[in-house]
Design a protein around this ligand. Structure first.
Ligand code: GLA
Length: 731
């Protein structure tokens, strides 16, 4: 039983396979955090709430008998506002009297088998992890502010595997007057000491997912987005790694927010050296008006505990996302290997060129042609036609049906590009509905890539775009959609929400996008949806819920891709990373293929312009894609070097979950001065004997992990940009 409540001690104990999380109901209904860390057998952990003595400046509740109890230092599950806890608060609401004192106390609990679905507002769904009854249990704690009637249910889903817990909060106004919710974090985590490093990913367009690690300091530190989308600048993920934790050993706690909009992951280290971690919607761009009876649901945060280093934490996230978050049928179905038209043709194509692409790509073994931007309205460059999703028949002569038939006749299926949330001022949609864009009243709106953002909070806007998509997707043999989103939101304002609800805009925007994605994937469940936002600008678990793959970056340079993909793998499974072989000249085809096969693999080049030698490489890569599909999509990733820190090599392994098969890959980023190279492998079964497919040599897993794989034979080159793979199978 992973969730236990002991009525004698009033302690809730939540056990995953490797971790324990505990809190207790204390005097006067305070919900006090006790412990999060490696699994422990103890039942009474109540002594862990004390963190030294309070001082004379610390407020105390006179009804609490315990002289050591002051919220100034006590760790809490739901810290409110202006209660004597002066650290950052997880919830804050303006009371009918106008003050912001927010003080919720314990009112009861429920335990559910599995994991209930999460609804946001007005029937709109929030993406969230799912779990069957055998896989998880969910505890709901009811908290109440008895003065205002503000009620909160804290939800804790405890998974039996992967050291994982999912957390969120549902808030209801059970009072008789309206309340203004000013912040509502999805989770609060209190830790007892600051010997942690904060690890997260930052970046920009074409340079996503740079991993950074730095010690916690006293005070407030964190990451956030105010862009309306998660953005490439900071990913909604953070890990706290104990000092000394490395890739393979030591404790790490990962926090990942299942959300695609403005977020904040904040840590405050108080003067006692104790961190409080909050993750949720960014409070600086949020408020929510709650009339009596109204409910607000936060997005979900997922916490993973690992005692096997950052690598172990990543593998737990990967498995959890693949098994319990990415709900598309394509997550576990063989995906088509595609060729995308963008880098080869940009806006300059017609039906004949696309059919030529299909014919040549078929010879390489490609399964699908994706027609990227440029097929609709008057779209001949990026200044026009977003919003006009009617086929441009002067480009695609005979219409899209005829093009698809011709592509199908070449033996390829067909995919298409959309940017549903956007509109160019130079478009028929904008001319008909200039009031449908996001713009604060009386302000001039900025443009970005010559486009504006449609107000996805409005159902009539979503209906129009869905109707336009239906006309094309519903009437043609389309198997894939690339859903792009190429600008962020500025001058945010909403033409229909009343003044007191303008603070709801950003969250309502995200809910609108989710609703449209839900409608598209629900209406055409056979469609493989690939998200994109100028590359990896919205690479988050909320998007993964709908699309099992996301275009990782517009940067297709294979060496640059190493840090981008390895960085993403801190939280995200390789199988979700859109990765293509392009015409980028930085390395030869072999390395481009070896890097793309870490992710989804596809092509993004003109197949008619490939040399005979390049075509041979491409055919080999397609064969490898099939040969290693199960291993690369469902296996475990072991990062053997850090490409941002190692001057020479990026080495990684994919190991099947049963440890029976291994694909080792090395990319030489810079020619090493030392040709003698041993690389110790990880994650093998020490008892198993592994045969190297190429040399026929057999080694024990124990030896490969202790002495390593000898990579010192000079294979052609060992030059900058070269690469090698080693395939091992257990006998
Ligand atoms: C974005 C995407 C690209 C491509 C273009 C089309 O930049 O990241 O892959 O689809 O848009 O305009």
């Amino acid at each position: 039983m992973p969730i236990k409540f002991d009525p004698k001690t009033n302690i809730f104990k939540l056990d995953t396979d490797v971790s324990t999380y505990a809190f207790m109901v204390y005097e006067q209904g305070y919900l006090v955090h006790l412990y999060y860390g490696p699994k422990v057998p103890d039942t009474d952990l109540s002594h862990l709430m004390y963190r030294g003595w309070y001082d004379s400046l610390s407020p105390r509740n006179p009804k609490v008998q315990d002289k050591r109890f002051s919220l100034d230092s006590i760790p809490q599950e739901l810290p409110g506002n202006s209660t004597g806890d002066f650290r950052i608060s997880a919830i804050e609401a303006v009371a009918p009297a106008g003050d912001s004192v927010t003080d919720l106390r314990y009112a009861g609990y429920k335990i559910h088998p599995g994991k209930p679905e999460m609804y946001a507002v007005e029937g709109l769904k929030l993406p969230a992890a799912f779990a069957g009854e055998g896989e998880a249990k969910t505890l709901e704690i009811e908290m109440l502010d008895s003065l205002t009637g503000l009620k909160a249910w804290l939800s804790y889903t405890v998974f039996s595997k992967n050291g994982a817990m999912a957390r969120s909060m549902r808030v209801e106004n059970t009072g008789s007057s309206a309340l203004e919710l000013e912040r509502a974090y999805s989770m609060c985590l209190e830790l007892p000491g600051m010997d942690y490093d904060m690890v997260h990913m930052y970046g920009r367009w074409a340079k996503e997912n740079t991993v950074t690690r730095h010690p916690l300091m006293h005070g407030i530190q964190g990451i956030r987005s105010k862009r309306g989308m998660t953005g490439p600048n900071h990913n909604p993920f953070m890990a706290l790694a104990r000092k000394g934790t490395d890739e393979d050993q030591g404790e790490a706690i990962g926090v990942s927010l299942v959300y695609s909009g403005n977020f904040s992951i904040e840590t405050e280290v108080d003067t006692l050296g104790c961190p409080r971690v909050l993750a949720g919607i960014d409070p600086s761009s949020f408020s929510w008006h709650l009339e009596p009876g109204e409910v607000f649901q936060t997005p979900e945060a997922i916490m993973v505990f690992s005692a096997e280093g950052l690598g172990g934490m990543s593998r737990s996230f990967h498995r959890l996302f693949m098994d319990n978050l990415m709900r598309s049928q394509w997550t576990h179905k063989k995906r088509p290997l595609l060729i995308n038209s963008w880098e080869a043709a940009v806006f300059d194509f017609d039906d004949d060129l696309l059919v030529d692409f299909a014919r040549e790509a078929k010879k390489l073994g490609v399964d699908m042609l994706v027609m990227d931007d440029g097929w609709f309205g008057t779209r001949s460059d990026d200044t026009q036609a977003l919003g006009d999703w009617q086929v441009n028949e002067s480009k695609l002569k005979g219409g899209i049906g005829s093009l698809i038939e011709r592509v199908n006749a070449e033996g390829l299926s067909f995919g298409i590009w959309y940017e549903p949330e956007m509109v160019n001022p130079n478009s028929d949609l904008y001319r008909a509905h200039p009031d449908w864009i996001i713009k604060a009243q009386g302000r001039e709106g900025s443009l970005s890539r010559n486009q504006c953002v449609l107000d996805m909070t409005r159902k009539e806007v979503r209906d129009n775009i869905f109707g336009q998509i239906s006309e094309v997707v519903g009437k043609n043999n389309i198997q894939y959609i690339k859903w792009d989103c190429n600008r962020n939101i500025s001058e945010a304002g909403n033409a229909v929400l009343p003044r007191e609800r303008q603070g709801e805009f950003f969250h309502r925007y995200v809910l609108g996008v989710y609703e449209l994605m839900d409608r598209v994937t629900g209406t055409w469940p056979h469609i493989l949806l690939e998200n994109c936002s100028s590359g990896g600008g919205r690479f988050d678990p909320g998007m993964l819920y709908y699309s099992p793959q996301i275009w990782t970056s517009d940067n297709t340079d294979p060496i640059e891709r190493l840090t981008i993909q390895m960085g993403a793998s801190l939280c995200y499974p390789p199988a979700c990373m859109g990765a293509h072989v392009s015409a980028n000249p930085r390395t030869g085809f072999e390395t481009k293929g070896n890097v793309a096969i870490m992710g989804t693999h596809g092509f993004e080049l003109d197949p008619c312009k490939m040399t005979v030698e390049e075509k041979e490489w491409a055919k080999k890569q397609v064969a490898d894609y099939h040969k290693y599909y199960d291993l690369t999509h469902y296996g475990d990733l072991y990062r053997l070097t850090d490409p941002a820190a190692d001057p020479f090599f990026c080495d990684w392994e994919m190991v099947s979950r049963d440890k029976g098969e291994v694909l080792f890959t090395r990319v030489v980023m810079r020619k090493p001065e030392n040709y003698y190279q041993m690389r110790r492998l990880r994650g093998l079964d020490p008892e198993k004997m592994y045969r190297d497919e190429e040399s026929g040599r057999v080694y024990s897993g124990a030896l490969l992990m202790a002495a390593g794989l000898d990579l010192s034979q000079p294979w052609p080159g060992q030059e900058d940009g070269s690469s090698v793979t080693v395939h091992l199978t257990a006998e």
